[in-house]
Design a protein around this ligand. Structure first.
Ligand code: TXA
Ligand code: MG
Length: 344
């Protein structure tokens, strides 16, 4: 199959992409978080193609991308006021809400669950594609399952060229990490995945938030969890990653003491001079966490190289989107963290 590369700024792109979606094809779509691998979320066969292309476990549900909050009622029922409050404040934007699913949503989309995740992305072209196709677009991050997510059209082509109908190129993603997922199907709102909207911002609207265990710790593959996706190995380059925490100086001392040829250092731009000779790779500035979230996955993809033995990674501290960067790096490192201060 020849994969079409469609420019988001070309007026023919939304109708072309929408036609492909209506015909059951796979189209990669840009969003403000990461590129999604989209298909008609109401068409079982189209959705099955997503799982096949990604090599994704069947029990891992997909997010339905909708063009506005008014579409929530089409696919969800028993919608609490809190869902409308969140939608009003954060949509279009990097927030996904889990709600009870209507029967119209196929079990293949929900991974067999009775709930469904919905999100209205902050990308005008993608919302236009959803609107023109007349269906919600089911879209996981467009990476091969387990690998770092896709934040450019080139990343998508690297993983899927020749296997999908089209990629809509909307340039690099602004946020760079996936949406925050909040589950509103229980008494208390539950954070299933940190993302572009920080936990503090959610609490300001909800007044309450339980952080799911899968956010902070490694989950056993046989455990029953609220977000099935959280138990799988994720975002990982081919070699082991270890996070080195602590002050800049302590971390540099630890890394220099343990560095061997074939290792790499993933650090902040401000730290590059400390690692001359260690082939360091910067993913953004510590002083501007938005550059770190925007650059993380491209850096992890660059480090996905069998020739590399081990990666020493530096991780930002703090809340907001830094909380999501910490979560993705910890998952990439399988929660392997050393405290450089304690090791001195
Ligand atoms: O930013 C994003 O959310 C991107 C873009 C493309 O929108 N999408 C994305 O999809 O990250 P994916 O499939 O890579 O991650 C979706 C996560 C998975 O961990 C999945 O288990 C969880 O959402 N999820 C989906 N539906 C769910 C549900 N009904 N209940 C609990 N978790 C759900
Ligand atoms: Mg993903």
């Amino acid at each position: 199959m020849h994969t079409l590369l469609l420019s988001a700024s070309d007026p023919i792109t939304p109708p072309t992409a929408a036609n492909l979606i209506m015909n059951g094809q796979l189209v990669a779509i840009p969003t403000e978080t990461v590129y999604g691998l989209g298909a008609n979320g109401l068409d079982e066969e189209a959705v099955a193609r997503i799982f096949e292309a990604k090599g994704r476990p069947q029990d891992n549900p997909l997010i339905l991308h909708i063009s506005g909050p008014e579409q929530m009622e089409l696919f969800c029922h028993h919608i609490p006021q809190k869902a409308y409050d969140l939608a009003e404040k954060f949509w279009p934007g990097p927030l996904t809400i889990v709600l009870p699913a209507r029967d119209i949503v196929p079990k293949r989309t929900t991974g067999g669950l009775s709930t469904v995740a919905v999100r209205c992305p902050d990308n005008a072209v993608t919302r236009e594609i959803i609107r023109l196709s007349g269906v919600p677009i089911a879209a996981p991050s467009a990476n091969i399952s387990g690998k770092p997510s896709t934040t450019t059209a080139e990343h998508v082509l690297h993983d899927h060229d020749g296997k999908i109908a089209a990629v809509v190129d909307g340039g690099p993603c602004r946020v760079g990490v996936e949406s925050t997922i909040v589950d509103l199907t229980e008494k208390r709102p539950r954070l299933l995945r940190p993302g572009g909207i920080g936990p503090e911002e959610l609490i300001a609207v909800l007044g309450d938030l339980v952080v799911d265990k899968a956010v902070t710790a490694q989950i056993d593959k046989d455990e029953v969890v609220k977000a099935p996706g959280m138990k799988y190995r994720h975002y990982a380059p081919s070699e082991p990653v270890v996070i080195v925490s602590g002050s800049r100086e302590a971390a540099a001392r630890y890394i220099h003491a343990h560095f061997e040829p074939g290792d790499r250092v993933l650090c902040f731009e401000e730290e590059l001079p400390l690692y001359a000779g260690c082939d360091p790779l910067s993913y953004g500035q510590e002083a501007d966490v938005n550059t770190l979230s925007a650059g993380l996955f491209a850096a992890l993809r660059e480090l996905d190289d069998p020739k590399i033995h081990q990666v020493y990674a530096r991780c930002p501290v703090g809340g907001g989107v830094a909380y999501a960067v910490q979560n993705r790096l910890k998952k990439a490192a399988a929660f392997h963290i050393v405290d450089a201060e304690a090791e001195l």
